[in-house]
Design a binder for this molecule. Sequence first.
Ligand SMILES: [Zn+2]
Length: 144
Amino acid sequence: MARPSKQIDKSQYETYVILGGGRIRCLRCTAKSVRSGEQCGKPAMRSSKTQKCTHHGGRSKGATTVEGKQRIIDAHLKHGESTLLAKAEYSHDSAKLSMLEDCLHVLEMTNAKRRQGRKASGYRPLVDVEGVRQFLLETHLHNV
Ligand SMILES: [Zn+2]
């Protein structure tokens, strides 16, 4: 039998806690009790990035070693579509697509409207047949 979910909606978190008889207002720890499902009542540490008190990891600076950072990245990877590697690959492919479009226009194979907007990094405009020939030699003929 599954336990009922005790998750607090993020919007239901109390952001502040009042201390000192109503004179001091400070950020409240956002940790949640596993047993009761209630939010921690202590004030969060000022230096805490995640708004936690000293008992719930407010002093943690996160992973510092390369291995530790990679372990956290691996643990939080959901689909890999927005990793730096995937973004670089997408940008490279987008630049290649823009250059292929240039090829079509230089070779007068189309009179379609050009794609508007900023071109991806790595794009270099192809304006003459020699540039097109060079581009095709260095990209497509080697991939076939
Ligand atoms: Zn706490």
